[in-house]
Design a protein around this ligand. Structure first.
Ligand code: NAP
Length: 315
């Protein structure tokens, strides 16, 4: 039995691990892939304090991992949790044939990219359709591509893709973007980026690989077929909460509800970062919430007598 199980290895989970292990609390982090989370996919993070020139997402996450391991966090990669069970005071994470027990748990499982669910999307994933510009942009050097979505992710990734592709067409279902003004201004100033507003991607076509995209103008009802070799989808995300028990309440969109101490409705179970209802979906916010959840988990362990209260000194 460990003290705290951390489920999910993005910025929230790794920061929780740093705080717990530095306070000499036994913590184990379970991650379904390799640690880093969605921040790993960001080509450049410009708003994380301390890096005036920005920092590549993968580099930032590698440093967080190093720091957590330095303090003794046990990280198990490719250990996806299929079920979290609560039996009395015990929290049990079931992962394949294994199960891991703890006195407390912090849910930091983040979100996954949302699918559009249109014909051709599944068929051409990895053969023209991508959800990760950082991973796949180099395959589209001097090619024409489409980015779907009007949020920060779509515009930020369009800027990154424009340094590879010959042309990037942003297809957005409304007449205005949701993205921050700063990103919009940069995208509008980029001669390689064009916008198709009031437009929806409705079908992807091709033989072995993607060759065209059918776009519907939702004002006129007209359809056009654009020749493209790549389509990047940034239409939002879904929370990774399918493994949680009924004791942990979710909001109407499936995100974990917490109070301002980041406690869920199950005693001893906390949530932090993108998976949490109301979280701001920023790396800095996820990291801060991870720290907060760790300190509150420490308080919970002390309240149950599983650990002596902190008695001063450097912590
Ligand atoms: P988002 O803000 O939810 O934007 C999703 C976009 O996809 C919206 O423009 C939405 O259109 C569109 N969309 C959703 N469903 C669609 C559908 N079925 N068909 C067509 N379009 C659809 O998601 P995000 O861009 O991934 O950002 C998520 C969060 O992360 C945000 O809070 C964002 O600020 C944050 N983030 C921040 C940064 C940064 O600070 N640099 C970078 C990336 C992400 P509508 O606008 O019409 O709803």
């Amino acid at each position: 039995m460990t003290d705290v199980l951390i489920i999910g290895g993005g910025p929230a989970g790794l920061t929780a691990g740093i705080y717990l292990c530095r306070a000499r609390i036994k913590a184990m982090l379970l991650e379904q892939q390799t640690v880093g989370g969605q921040a790993m996919l960001s080509p450049l993070i410009e708003n994380y304090p301390g890096f005036p020139d920005g920092i590549e997402g993968a580099t930032l996450m590698e440093r967080m991992k190093e720091q957590a391991e330095k303090f003794g966090l046990e990280i198990l990669s490719f250990q996806g949790v299929e079920q979290l069970l609560i039996e009395g005071d015990k929290k049990i994470a079931v992962s394949g044939a294994k199960s891991f027990e703890a006195r407390s748990a912090i849910i930091t499982a983040g979100r996954s990219p949302k699918k559009l669910g249109i014909p051709g999307e599944t068929e051409f994933t990895g053969r023209g359709v991508s959800y990760c510009a950082t991973c796949d942009a180099p395959f589209f050097r001097d090619r024409e591509i489409i980015v779907v979505g009007g949020g920060d992710a779509a515009i930020e990734e369009s800027l990154h893709l424009a340094s590879f592709a010959s042309k990037v067409t942003v297809v957005h279902r409304r007449s205005e973007l949701r993205a921050s003004e700063y990103l919009e201004e940069r995208a509008r100033a980029n001669p390689k980026i064009e916008f198709l507003f009031n437009s929806e991607l409705v079908e992807l076509r091709g033989e072995k690989t993607l060759s065209s995209a059918v776009i519907l103008n939702n004002l006129t009802g007209e359809k056009q077929e654009l020749p493209v070799s790549g389509v990047f989808l940034y239409v939002g995300n879904v929370p990774n909460t399918g493994f949680l028990p009924a004791e942990v309440d979710l909001d109407e969109n499936g995100y974990v509800k917490t109070n301002d101490r980041l406690e869920t409705t199950a005693p001893g179970v906390f949530a932090a970062g993108d998976v949490r209802s109301g979280s701001r979906k920023q790396v800095i916010c996820a990291a801060a919430e991870g720290a907060q959840a760790a300190m509150n988990a420490q308080g919970y362990l002390e309240s149950t007598g599983a650990r002596k209260p902190y008695e001063g000194g450097s912590n």
